[in-house]
Design a protein around this ligand. Structure first.
Ligand SMILES: NC(=O)c1ccc[n+]([C@@H]2O[C@H](COP(=O)([O-])OP(=O)(O)OC[C@H]3O[C@@H](n4cnc5c(N)ncnc54)[C@H](OP(=O)(O)O)[C@@H]3O)[C@@H](O)[C@H]2O)c1
Length: 252
């Protein structure tokens, strides 16, 4: 059964990784969608993969002007939205002694501020019964010393999801989050770390993971499909962990 037949969807950060895997699955489920990203080559490659059921729109997730332009274009294409998947995010190391104000502001602007204002500005487009899904991270529940700003931005999202779930449920709109553990995406593999440090981190994650591997983007996309469709009609303000059991061993 095609669970998103006739539904319209906006996925921010849909040109790569979790967002692109979700776009493929949603189209297979009957949806038409708009996806965003920044890199033009990745957007073009995504458009080729997704075909006519998708439009790709270059849009900076942390910029209010871009958000307004994006939603104007989405309205022109689809008029209304049934699913808003706020997935664009950036992760970079921010060791305490070395982090600049610019890095701090950039991470919070893309990962947190952009999500709040995209939801705010998308409200007039959302159909009754719409589903909003936000991508957080298991770092929002555990100490993550070298990624403290990233983790804090995702913790802010967890709180935002709970508050906005209460704000919007009276309009028939559900807000939930997906909370991924280590997922083998292009973005993860581009983390700005020296090669040997990066490989040591990957090996450590696999060794500590109860399931002994990274997750695949498709495994997160299936949870996004659940939250997007009627199957999750009674799930409100929840954050679903998709991490192969990692939080069981990470949390204090
Ligand atoms: N992979 C993991 O292990 C993991 C774990 C927990 C949470 N997450 C979260 O999952 C989400 C997706 O990450 P991913 O691993 O799938 O990464 P990815 O492969 O790099 O995909 C990220 C997507 O977001 C877009 N994006 C990034 N910054 C943007 C910005 N400022 N404005 C607009 N678009 C932007 C990227 O487009 P461009 O490439 O064009 O910038 C791309 O489409 C993120 O929110 C991330 O924090 C990932």
């Amino acid at each position: 059964m095609r669970k998103l037949e006739g539904k319209t969807v906006l996925i921010t950060g849909g040109s790569s990784g979790i967002g692109l895997a979700t776009a493929r699955l949603f189209i297979a489920g009957g949806a038409r969608l708009a996806i965003t990203g920044r890199d033009p080559d990745r957007l073009t490659a995504a458009q080729q993969q997704l075909g006519d059921a998708a439009v790709t729109i270059a849009s900076e997730a942390g910029c209010l002007n871009d958000i307004e332009t994006l939603l104007t274009r989405v309205k022109q294409h689809y008029d209304k939205l049934d699913v808003l998947f706020l997935n664009a995010g950036i992760a970079e190391p921010t060791p305490l002694e070395m982090t600049t104000e610019e890095q701090f502001d950039n991470i919070m602007r893309v990962n947190f501020k952009g999500v709040f204002f995209t939801i705010q500005k998308a409200l007039p487009l959302l159909n009754p019964g719409a589903s909003i899904i936000v991508t957080t991270s298991i770092t929002n529940r555990s100490g993550t010393p070298n990624f403290s700003i990233y983790a804090a931005s995702k913790a802010a999202l967890r709180s935002l999801v709970q508050s906005l779930a209460l704000t919007l449920i009276e309009h028939g709109i559900r807000v939930n989050a997906i909370n991924p553990g280590p997922i083998d995406t292009e973005g993860f593999n581009r983390l700005p770390l020296p090669g040997e440090v990066f490989q040591a981190i990957k090996n450590d994650i696999e060794a500590r993971s109860p399931i002994k591997r990274f997750g695949a983007p498709d495994e997160v996309a299936k949870v996004a499909l659940f939250l997007a469709c009627e199957d999750s009609a009674y799930v409100v303000g929840e954050e679903i962990v998709v991490d192969g059991g990692m939080t069981l061993v990470c949390l204090p």
